[in-house]
Structures are given as structure tokens and as C-alpha cells.
Ligand binder design. Structure first.
Ligand code: PHE
Length: 346
């Protein structure tokens, strides 16, 4: 209550400063005075009237904040009135240069960058390194080394952007080729996440975009089991979505993991208790990522002996997180850069 009131008082102070700066005539000055100091409906009086609702313990602090606002306004108005009485000059002389400057709007990170950073922060705490790689990728790394066979439909020109004149290069269709790059360059043990852009020949609609963002995860070491994957994703999801989140692993298929699992989290809004829930649509579960144990053939393709080492990998879409966690209904909104949308996440 007191915090709210203080925020409102600060808001009133700012709008007063803003209005005062734009005053051009004595009539306007009188109007501003009335609006802020008027006996009945002035902003200060309205605040004072609300003191009654304040819990007794908060009253002194609230009263003080209101009185400070009143003193500030009185002083600034007196200054403005003095300036008005001074020998006539240009309208610019109405400015009181002793007033604090009105604040410039402050920007913030785009929601996609913000989510990416939050995900990175959690995995950094779990001891992961961040590794990034190229968006133009060898077809070999994007598909072949990941055990995606020649005839797999994902290679079809429908889905993949090939580079004209370079039939060994593609715009990566997922961040998984970073698994290959990293394993080829670093002997295990290794533990990375790799955020970045991915591209697919999809027509834009509410849930598809030809360019989107993913975060890949990879851990390879001796004796890595499926339980390590579960524990890691559980730790991540509880930290990111909330401490009471429950995970559900469903059998899935990816050529580069075996076994593979699609992971759902329990709905963080209704926990499955609301059949009309706007987040999970009543199902109680939200699909959030793909994962699995690194396929032995992928390890072999990257010169790692699957008899000695094992690992897990996972990949999640950042746009999907934005839609699930922040209720963004259409991912095209994320690319329009409309400040009315972007300003909502703070
Ligand atoms: N690359 C997969 C995708 O784009 C996700 C994934 C990553 C699945 C790692 C398993 C392991 O859908």
C-alpha cells in the first residue's frame, strides 16, 4: 500500500515537472497550480484524503512523502511565478532551469535477448560454458554428422535454406550442429549451452517464423545417464518457471539422440487445475523442449568413443518460451518491434 502510494506520488511529481516545463502563459500556470494544489480536487489534497486508508504504521511515512511533494510543487510554482513577473521576454523565459530535467525514456533488452540471457544465467550457475557458432553451417554438421540420413525429409528444400552456388552450405536449421563443432574441437568432458538463430523455410504464422532462436545444451563425460538429463532439466525448469514445476518426459524421436524425449512442464499458471486455463488450454502440460542421450553414432562421428563416454543433449526454442511464459499469442509480434509490446516486460 505504502509502496504503491509512493509510486503514485513520484508519478504525480514527474507529471507536474513535465507540465511545468511546457507552460506558456500565466493562465496555464494557474491551471497547473489548481490541478496540483487545488483545495478539494488538487492532486495533493487527493493524496492527503487517502491517508485515512493507510495502516497506522505507514501513516507517518506516507504523510511525509505527500508533504514533500507539496513543498516541491509550491517552490517550483513560486519560481515559475517569479520568472513570469520578470521583464517581458520570450516564452523560453518561462523555463525554470533549476527544475530537474524530465527523464528520457530508457530502453531495455528485447524479450528474446532477455529470455536468452536468463537461460544462460541459470546454466552458467550449473557450470556450463556458452559456445556460439556460425549461422551458415556445413550441411555435413547440420545433418550428416548428426545422424540425419541423406533421404531424411528435413533436408528437403522445403525446409532448408541452401546457399546458392554452395551446395555444401545451409542456414542451420537448428542449433544442434554446434554439438558437432564443439565435440570436434574439444575432448570430453564438456558441458556447454549454445544459443543462437536457426532458419527454416516456413511461412510465417502465429507459431512459425523462417528465422527463430534456440538454446542447445550438451554434456559429455564418463558415466552420464538419462537421470543426469532429467535432473539437469528439472533444475533448470524449477529455476526458470518456478519451484513447484513438475516435468513429464514423453518418448520422442530425433536422429541424433537415443533414447529421445519430448519434455513437458506442468502448467505454471494453473498446475492442471483450471480447465479453461489460457496458458495450457486445460491440458495441464506445456511442451517446452526436445532432448535425449547423444546417439553413439554422433559421438563416433565426432571422434569420441561411445564405449568410454556418454552424454545428453537438449534444445529449446526461445520464441516458444516467450509464448508459454509471457503469453505472447503470436510470435510475429516479437519481430515487429512495437514498443507497446516490448515495453510490457520489465
Ligand atoms: N534440434 C532439435 C530441434 O530443433 C532439438 C533437440 C536438440 C533435440 C538436442 C534433442 C537434442 O527440434
Amino acid at each position: 500500500m505504502i509502496d504503491e502510494l509512493k509510486k503514485e506520488i513520484e508519478g504525480a511529481r514527474r507529471s507536474f515537472v513535465h507540465e511545468l516545463e511546457h507552460i506558456q502563459s500565466p493562465e496555464k500556470l494557474a491551471a497547473v497550480k489548481e490541478r496540483f494544489l487545488g483545495r478539494k480536487k488538487g492532486q495533493v489534497s487527493l493524496f492527503l484524503a487517502r491517508l485515512k486508508e493507510c495502516p497506522p504504521a505507514d501513516k507517518p511515512a506516507a504523510g511525509q512523502a505527500i508533504n514533500e511533494l507539496k513543498a516541491f510543487i509550491e517552490e517550483a510554482l513560486a519560481g515559475a511565478a517569479r520568472a513570469a513577473e520578470a521583464p517581458a521576454g520570450s516564452a523560453a523565459e518561462w523555463r525554470d532551469h533549476s527544475l530537474p530535467a524530465s527523464e528520457l525514456p530508457v530502453g531495455r533488452e528485447h524479450l528474446i535477448a532477455d529470455i536468452q540471457r536468463r537461460i544462460e544465467d541459470i546454466f552458467l550457475q550449473l557450470g556450463y560454458e556458452i559456445a556460439t557458432g556460425p549461422e551458415v553451417e556445413l550441411e555435413d554438421y547440420n545433418f550428416t554428422k548428426l545422424n540425419i540420413p541423406e533421404h531424411h525429409p528435413a533436408r528437403d528444400e522445403q525446409d532448408t535454406f541452401f546457399l546458392e552456388g554452395h551446395d555444401d552450405l545451409v542456414l542451420r536449421t537448428h542449433t544442434s550442429p554446434m554439438q558437432v563443432r564443439y565435440m570436434l574441437a574439444h575432448p570430453p568432458p564438456l558441458k556447454i549451452i549454445s544459443p543462437g538463430k536457426a532458419f527454416r523455410k516456413d511461412d510465417p504464422d502465429a507459431t512459425h517464423s523462417p528465422c527463430f532462436h534456440q538454446v542447445e545444451g550438451l554434456l559429455v563425460d564418463r558415466g552420464v545417464h538419462f537421470s543426469h538429463l532429467k535432473g539437469t532439466l528439472e533444475a533448470f525448469c524449477r529455476s526458470f518457471y518456478g519451484p513447484d514445476i513438475v516435468l513429464r518426459f514423453r518418448p520422442g524421436y530425433f536422429p541424433f539422440t537415443e533414447p529421445s524425449a519430448e519434455v513437458d512442464i506442468s502448467c505454471f499458471l494453473c498446475a492442471g487445475k483450471n480447465s479453461d486455463c489460457r496458458v495450457c488450454k486445460g491440458s495441464g502440460w506445456l511442451e517446452i523442449l526436445g532432448s535425449g542421450m547423444v546417439h553413439p553414432q554422433v559421438l563416433r562421428n565426432c571422434n569420441i568413443d561411445p564405449e568410454e563416454y556418454s552424454g545428453f543433449a537438449f534444445g529449446m526454442g526461445i520464441e516458444r518460451v516467450a509464448m508459454v511464459k509471457y503469453g505472447v499469442p503470436d510470435l510475429r509480434l516479437l519481430y515487429e518491434n512495437d514498443l507497446r509490446l516490448l515495453g510490457q516486460f520489465g
